[in-house]
Design a protein around this ligand. Structure first.
Ligand code: BGP
Length: 483
């Protein structure tokens, strides 16, 4: 059997992209609440003060805050064994630096956990998923400031104490390495920087502080809830050399180290890898690190490694035409097709990544996100014939199963956005990932009615057969759709 019997099949969501209710029950303003939609602007705008003339899609999300019971019932109908969700920091500590937590916020996640328990769905909790309280951005300058470490620790300890007896799997930061990108500086690092301030050194300092915060929390989490599995979560986008030229191999080695391995190495080995100095010097990066920081990192090694996987990229020593991507971009791969948003689709890259990560770290791996963002056209009953989504997911699941046969230890697979939600990069609803269609448009208009897409019953079957049907299915779909 390729996959474990207790394999955690399910889906992944983030509080800020689904919950809505941005000011309800004492919730504070988060960085995503100050982020407008793309519509008509060509990019999301950060407005530290809410401007009533503008539209902020995360304020209402898909109203999961009020609909979670119905939505989770649908997840249960698909047979979910796990739901990866995040806790909104600003529901628990509205300003991030409050003395006491907000009881109403804590109570919401009690109810959510009750509901998951009712359906025997394992909760997988992301402590921080792009939703830092805005006050920590405005008053502290975000993660470049070390003061956030203690505030995050207090927040995480509150969660461990409250939910530790019912949550077995924790992830400290969503896609921690995305803070190295200019876009990630805000959504991940909570740093609202002018263009000339948004330097790699500032972003590296933020990453270092987040790694320290993660290490602290892994340590205290284990003390508060022994037995809990506390992991890290990274964007993983493998970089391939564009050609067989030796310079391209070296360029790919460097790019992989910088983006894919640096943070993961620290999380897993508890120290910065041997190549850090030369890699960062070459990029003109400086950051503060002390002896006690090194001791802290050493003590907070993660139990498992989880990652998002959507695409791969190429690298050429000579540069080349750039393709779009999930936070990062690279040279486009002439062998691959791309999604409507330009993300290059590479199922084999998932098998490759699982193998290279397992070889390097030897820790259990968790695929925390994978999916296809696409435009859907529902019929009058809200039904979507989404063969393209099935083809994408089936091909990736097939490669995941092959990696398991290669011997990689994989704990779970939670596809991104099992229900349509607000996209992180553009704030659109029309970039849909779900098995469940949500009738809302890019302005948040519509009935919000939920309907099952074709992929709903397909995924249900994959889960019920522990993925064993998907290999065959993917072959059929491949023929049908040509992807
Ligand atoms: C990841 C984020 C998610 C999610 C996903 C898809 O980087 O962790 O929050 O949104 O990408 O990205 P998008 O929503 O931009 O399509």
């Amino acid at each position: 059997m390729a996959l474990r019997k207790d394999f955690l099949w399910g889906g992944a969501i983030a509080a800020n992209q689904v919950e809505g209710a941005w000011q309800e029950d004492g919730k504070g303003v988060s960085i995503m609440d100050c982020y407008t939609s793309t519509s008509g602007k060509g990019g999301r705008l950060v407005t530290p003060k809410i401007n009533p003339e503008l539209y902020y899609p995360n304020h209402s999300g898909i109203d999961f805050y009020h609909n979670y019971e119905d939505d989770i019932r649908l997840f249960a109908e698909m047979g979910f064994r796990a739901l990866r969700f995040s806790i909104a920091w600003s529901r628990i500590f509205p300003n991030g630096d409050d003395e006491k937590p907000n009881e109403k916020g804590l109570a919401f996640y009690d109810r959510l956990l009750d509901c998951l328990e009712k359906y025997s769905i394992e909760p997988v909790v992301t402590i921080s998923h792009y939703e830092t309280p805005m006050n920590l951005c405005l008053s502290y300058g975000g993660w470049q400031n070390r003061k956030l470490i203690g505030l995050y620790e207090k927040y995480a300890d509150t969660l461990f104490e409250r939910y530790g007896d019912r949550v077995n799997y924790w992830m400290t930061f969503n896609e921690i390495n995305s803070v190295l990108t200019p876009f990630g500086a805000y959504i991940n690092g909570a740093m609202h920087l002018e263009k000339d301030e948004n330097t790699l050194s500032v972003r590296m300092q933020a990453l270092h502080n987040m790694l320290l915060a993660s290490a602290h929390v892994v340590k205290t989490g284990h003390e508060i809830c022994p037995g809990a599995k506390i992991g890290c979560m990274l964007i993983h986008t493998p970089f391939y050399p564009l050609t067989p030229a030796p310079e391209d191999q070296l360029a790919a080695l460097e790019e992989n180290r910088f983006f894919n391995y640096l943070a993961a190495d620290v999380h897993v080995f508890g120290k910065y890898p041997f190549y850090t100095r030369s890699l960062l010097e070459k990029r003109g990066v400086n950051f503060d690190i002390s002896k006690s920081d090194m001791e802290c990192l050493e003590k907070g090694r993660v139990d498992f490694l989880s990652f998002s996987y959507y695409m791969s990229c190429c690298v050429s020593a000579e540069g080349g035409n750039v393709s779009d991507g999930n936070m990062i971009s690279g040279v486009s791969n002439p062998r691959l097709k791309a999604s409507e948003w330009g993300w290059q689709i590479d199922p084999e890259g998932l098998r490759y990544s699982l193998n290279t990560l397992y070889e390097r770290y030897g820790l259990p791996l968790f695929i925390a996100e994978n999916g296809l963002g696409a435009k859907d056209s529902p019929d009058e009953n809200g039904y979507v014939d989404d063969d393209y989504r099935i083809a994408y997911l089936a091909a990736h699941i097939e490669q995941m199963e092959k990696a398991a046969l290669d011997g990689v230890d994989i704990i779970g697979y939670t596809s991104w956005g099992p229900i349509d939600l607000v996209s992180a990069s553009g704030g659109e609803m029309s970039k849909r990932y779900g098995f469940i269609y949500v009738d809302l448009d890019d302005r948040g208009e519509g009935s919000a009615r939920r309907t099952r897409k074709k992929s709903f019953s397909w995924y249900k079957k994959v889960i019920s057969e522990n993925g064993m049907s998907s290999a065959a299915q993917s072959k059929t779909e491949e023929k049908k759709t040509g992807v």
